[in-house]
Design a protein around this ligand. Structure first.
Ligand code: ZN
Length: 259
């Protein structure tokens, strides 16, 4: 079986100790590695240049819009000129609401840029589902499609986002206790829009379920090889064998991110 990680941050320093092992292959056949701000785009580009299975993605994460200096958008364009998708971008009212107008401005420019270039966009949303819906409801969305990574919004909104071109990636952390609403959302995702992700090093699995427990400086870290656990969780949820899900996800991944 071939597993694809639709969203991680393999460039992150928390993964320094396991990166080489993950890239040697085996557990993960391909992955989209997402930058979060100007300071990590070069590391993402390097990983993509050195490893055929890595699809690079460049963007300013909503948590980092206040750090972006003048000229960020031009520098983003320079990285995208070298090939790659747009992300991680998004809207988030959980950490702070004060900079929401700036988040909106960054989201709009980057999301539109994905459409203009014919590439995918990887979108993070937290406590901003109404605002995100307002952005995509009528305005054009990237023609190739776009990803709602670790979708944690209302199950009722899945159909609308899907009609506007969204794909949805399942996180293994959704099988942690207390996440029934997130699992309910993934029962409703159209099969041709299903993807799987880790978001490693973020969103670690429950310690009892991880097969690759990893901790860095006393903090639990999501090991990218735990992607298999996410596939198993989603296969259970959708009532299909893991091998069948793996085939579907491979097709969806190739359609959105390129094979
Ligand atoms: Zn992420």
């Amino acid at each position: 079986m071939t597993f694809f990680d639709s969203h991680n941050h393999l460039q992150d320093a928390a993964l320094d100790g396991v990166r080489a092992e993950v890239l040697r292959g085996g557990a993960v056949a391909g992955m989209v590695v997402n930058g979060t701000g100007e300071d990590d785009w070069a590391a993402v580009a390097r990983l993509a240049a050195e490893h055929a299975g890595v699809r690079p993605s460049y963007g300013v994460h909503p948590w980092r819009v206040d750090e972006a200096g003048p000229g960020w958008f031009e520098r983003l364009g320079e990285f995208l000129d070298g090939g790659g998708h747009v992300g991680e971008i998004g809207l988030d009212r959980w950490r702070t609401t004060e900079n929401f107008p700036r988040q909106l401005e960054f989201f709009r420019r980057q999301f539109a840029e994905a459409g203009r270039r014919g590439v995918a966009a990887s979108v993070h949303g937290v406590r901003a589902w109404g605002a995100l819906w307002d952005e995509v409801r009528t305005d054009p969305t990237p023609g190739r499609g776009w990803l709602l990574h670790a979708y944690g919004g209302p199950p009722e909104m899945v159909a609308g986002f899907a009609a506007r071109g969204a794909y949805f990636s399942y996180s293994g952390s959704f099988d942690n206790p207390g996440r029934e609403r997130k699992r309910e959302a993934f029962r409703r995702v159209p099969v041709e829009r299903l993807l799987v992700e880790t978001d490693a090093p973020a969103m670690p699995l429950d310690a009892t379920r991880s097969r690759h427990p990893l901790s860095v400086a006393g903090r639990a870290v999501h090991h990218p090889a735990d992607l298999a656990v996410a596939y198993e969780g989603l296969a259970r949820l959708r009532g299909m064998p893991v091998a069948e899900l793996a085939e579907i996800v491979a097709e969806n991944y190739a359609r959105l991110f390129g094979s």
